[in-house]
Design a protein around this ligand. Structure first.
Ligand SMILES: [Zn+2]
Length: 375
């Protein structure tokens, strides 16, 4: 038991242990990195180590405190309990009045984006003002153990006006509490929040480490483990919950779209492809954009003539190499910029289809772009 169970990103673990050992724990930490890379897991482990009854800078996993906090290892169960208790038909006021807080120990709270309903989320799950106000009140209480820890998972889902509630806590940090925010990237948060946090970026894990975790935590066949680890791009959490066949299919479809965009013809087909993407309900739009980023990163390696490129999408190596011959790195960079814009637009709830179509049109080679006619 203890931090040794956490695979990858040793530098971050060492820094957190050092902070605990020297009793110089920051008031606010920001963990950034891809979904499923281990941000929430390490935040939970930190909460255990900050309160373990036996160890000063690690956690035993056996004392009563460790055991209670370890229930956060399965946040889904706590989340479902919370939603069930609040009632399936909670109205907007109730959602704010009864904030969703995952808590298995008085000093440790986890806040996750509130999906409002158990069965079908009414909108995109987000951290709500009620949740943040609850943290604001509780942050100044004295801890029962050594340190109060508040984990705000998916901090990028905070609406920017609501984030000001949170900013107030950061401006007057409580003495014996630590707030840990997780987000895919610091750019998804207000700069005023980012600047008040000590930031740690979680790098993707080597494929072998992801495979090791899958072997321990799932009963999948070795071939499936290998494929899931390849497709998860260094995120064990993603690999664990992945539908391998659907994920592979999604990558192939995304690659087809890039191929057609590079060829600069068949716009009708391209637009119908993008409309299929905009309507894919099983995969979040951000996740789909992430699939494109993965492919484009590979293409960038291939078009920049890196020696022995390591491809994230190794199973698609042949197709990627062939596509890399028909585009240059300027095209790839233009595509990445286009997806950046699309990502920001999606966060502001702009029309996805329009964004995708604009992107597809901008990626056509110049001569055929001029011949596009709208009907
Ligand atoms: Zn312990």
């Amino acid at each position: 038991m203890g931090f040794q169970e956490f695979l990858g990103n040793e530098r971050i673990v060492t820094a957190l242990r050092g902070a605990l050992r020297t009793k110089r724990v920051p008031h606010a930490l920001l963990f950034t990195g891809a979904r499923g890379v281990g941000k929430f897991t390490l935040a939970r482990m930190f909460a255990q180590a900050a309160n373990c009854e036996r160890l000063p800078d690690d956690f035993c996993g056996e004392c009563a405190t460790c055991q209670r906090i370890s229930q956060l290892a399965d946040p889904q169960t706590l989340l479902e309990q919370g939603l069930a208790e609040r009632g399936e038909s909670a109205d907007a006021a109730t959602v704010e009045r009864v904030p969703l807080i995952l808590q298995s120990h008085p000093d440790v709270w986890a806040l996750v984006p509130d999906p409002v309903r158990l069965k079908s989320p009414v909108a995109r799950p987000m951290l709500r003002v009620g949740q943040l106000r609850a943290v604001q009140r509780a942050a100044y209480f004295q801890p029962m153990g050594r340190r109060r820890v508040f984990i705000l998972d998916g901090a990028e889902t905070m609406r920017w006006d609501v984030a000001n509630v949170f900013l107030k806590i950061l401006e007057e940090p409580p003495g014996s509490a630590t707030l840990i925010l997780t987000a895919p990237s610091p750019y998804a948060l207000l700069p005023t929040i980012v600047s008040r946090c000590l930031q740690f970026h979680f790098a993707p894990l080597p494929q072998a480490a992801v495979e090791k975790i899958l072997k321990e935590k799932t009963d999948r066949k070795p071939t499936e483990i290998k494929l899931a680890a390849q497709l998860a791009e260094g995120s064990p959490g993603l690999a664990i919950e992945m539908d391998v066949e659907a994920a592979a299919q999604r990558r192939r479809s995304a690659l087809r779209i890039l191929e057609r965009a590079a060829q600069g013809h068949g716009f009708a087909q391209l637009f119908s492809d993008t409309s299929a993407l905009a309507k894919d309900r099983d995969s979040s739009f951000e996740h789909q954009i992430g699939v494109f980023y993965g492919l484009l990163t590979d293409l960038l390696e291939l078009t920049s003539k890196v020696k022995e490129p390591v491809l994230r999408n190794a199973p698609l190596a042949k197709e990627l190499e062939s596509l890399a011959k028909s585009v240059d790195s300027a095209w790839v960079l233009r595509a990445i910029a286009g997806f950046d814009e699309l990502y920001v637009g999606a966060r502001r709830n702009l029309n996805r289809q329009l964004g995708l179509d604009a992107l597809a049109a901008s990626l056509a080679p110049a001569p055929s772009r001029a011949s596009v006619t709208h009907s």
